[in-house]
Design a binder for this molecule. Structure first.
Ligand code: ADP
Ligand code: MG
Ligand code: ZN
Length: 477
């Protein structure tokens, strides 16, 4: 960004709550079922039906509010947000408006070594809409109402965020908290965590905010950063060219890497909010808040500190593990199963992360159990396999779900630690490379690596590297 400008960013995040049933009826919230198989007269908006509030949704919202340092409202209520769209059969969405369940919170994020506090304006509950499915060939569109009535939390931040990177860190921290609480699965690709980004720019030192654009359709962490980055550049260019930024809603087009105007302020909806007459206001007693407070789980910040003090991990590794609860559980369970903390951490952060990324999978979908990790590390420690072979073994374990022992046996990957066998390979390597032996003896000690490589090649990587080194030194020395 040009030095004269600074960005101001506020995020509106929608999180699908992990309740078993919908927010105002008993229908299942399970993802991926046959279209319209999880519907009833309430969530398809039949006339004359009445919504009944799901207590779990309220509990989840309060949990989240407490975790984000919010004030929990003792009195809040639902409102009708009126608009027409085919995926909204009632013609209005039940949401919260002037009296949300949580307000005035904040969370802390770490950006480039600095702690930044981002204000949470409000957290409110609402129902999700259905999904329109547009058939590619053919004149029809379809409506699937399985998602209609799934409970959402909308978490609105203050315009406290100052860079695309901060926005991404904020999203990551939100997801971590939601997953720690078990109130949302945090899956942006599947849409259970969605984000609209409000972006404006102003001159450095200027007090008032600039005019903002609201970016929709951001469905991955990478795109949060990319979309905002693009938008900041676009707005600065508009200003530099002597123009004015207009208040509008823009769509992020991930394929083209640009934001596109969708509608301006003049075309904005007037939602005609009014209090929902079919639901009683929500009153929350302090006793309930206290109970929920007392049962909050360990959060990532505490976990990170504990990983450093309890397992002696470097801060950086502790960060990488603690940010995700599934990763943390895998780490601690693998240590419990006998893995050395440092080795388990390296295996998870290194190879396992790489394999999951290649597979576009998260740690929630990890095909290996903690004990399998610990057992594989034990085979390295006791010399059964070399560190190098371990990579092959682990890849095979990941692919097949088999235990390390089984893979080693099936593929014949046991490390060769038999002195006679290694000596034979060393002798052969030296005999085949007389020139290099001469050069080594003449002082070119760098060739040691070459000899090791030759022996490893001949033994298909199975020779115990330490023994290979020792034997080579003895024979060449
Ligand atoms: P709306 O409901 O119309 O989107 P809100 O006032 O509720 O409007 O604001 C929504 C989001 O926009 C909040 O996250 C807020 O922090 C952010 N926001 C408000 N003003 C600005 C601005 N000038 N620049 C960037 N973000 C802003
Ligand atoms: Mg908005
Ligand atoms: Zn229903």
């Amino acid at each position: 960004m040009s030095g004269k400008y600074e960005a101001v960013i506020g995020l509106e995040v929608h999180a699908q709550m992990l309740t078993d049933t919908k927010i105002f009826c008993g229908c299942s919230t399970k993802f991926g079922s046959e279209p319209n198989s999880q519907t009833c007269p309430v969530c398809i908006g039949m006339p004359g039906v009445l919504p009944v509030l799901n207590g779990k949704a309220v509990e989840f919202a309060i949990k989240t509010g407490i975790a984000m340092n919010c004030k929990i409202s003792s009195y809040s209520r639902f409102a009708r947000k009126n608009y027409f769209y085919p995926d909204l059969p009632k013609g209005y969405q039940i949401s919260q408006y002037e009296l949300p369940i949580c307000e005035h919170g904040h969370i802390e994020i770490m950006v480039d070594g600095d702690v930044r506090r981002i204000g949470i304006t409000r957290i409110h509950m609402e129902e999700d809409a259905g999904k329109n499915i547009h058939e590619e060939s053919g004149p029809y569109s379809f409506v699937d109402l399985n998602r209609a009535g799934v409970p959402l939390m909308e978490i609105v931040s203050e315009p406290d965020i100052r860079s695309p990177k901060e926005a991404a860190e904020y999203m990551k921290k939100l997801r971590t908290i939601l997953k720690d609480l078990d109130v949302c699965d945090g899956n942006m690709e599947q849409g259970s965590l969605r984000c609209d980004a409000n972006v404006s720019v102003r001159h450095v030192g200027q007090k008032e905010f600039g005019t903002r654009a609201e970016l929709k359709n951001i469905n991955s962490f990478r795109f949060v950063e990319k979309a905002i980055e693009y938008e900041i550049k676009r707005q600065i260019k508009v200003l530099e060219d002597g123009g004015k930024v207009i208040q509008e809603t823009r769509l992020w087009d991930s394929a083209a890497g640009v934001t596109i105007s969708m509608r301006s302020k003049e075309e904005a909806h007037d939602y005609r909010y009014f209090p929902e007459p079919d639901l009683v206001p929500i009153t929350v007693e302090q006793k309930w808040i206290d109970e929920i407070k007392a049962s909050q789980p360990e959060f990532s910040d505490e976990r990170r500190e504990r990983f450093v003090s309890e397992y002696g991990l470097p801060q950086y590794n502790a960060d990488q593990l603690a940010i995700d609860r599934s990763t943390s559980v895998l780490f601690e369970e693998a240590v419990k199963a006998g893995g050395t903390p440092k080795d388990v951490a390296n295996l998870i952060i290194g190879e396992l992360t790489r394999l999951l990324n290649e597979d576009s999978k998260t740690f929630d979908e990890c095909p290996l159990r903690p004990k399998q990790l610990a057992d594989m590390l034990r085979l390295i420690e006791n010399g059964t396999i070399s560190g190098k072979i371990a990579k092959t073994v682990f890849e095979e374990m990941y692919k097949t779900g088999k235990d390390a022992d089984t893979v080693v046996k099936e593929k014949g990957l046991v490390q060769i630690s038999d002195e006679g066998a290694i000596e034979k390979a060393v002798d052969e390597a030296l005999a085949k490379n007389r020139n290099e032996v001469e050069r080594y003896k003449a002082g070119d000690e760098k060739l040691m690596g070459f000899f090791v490589g030759q022996v490893m090649k001949a033994t298909k990587g199975k020779a115990n590297p330490q023994m290979v080194n020792e034997l080579l030194k003895k024979k060449l020395g």
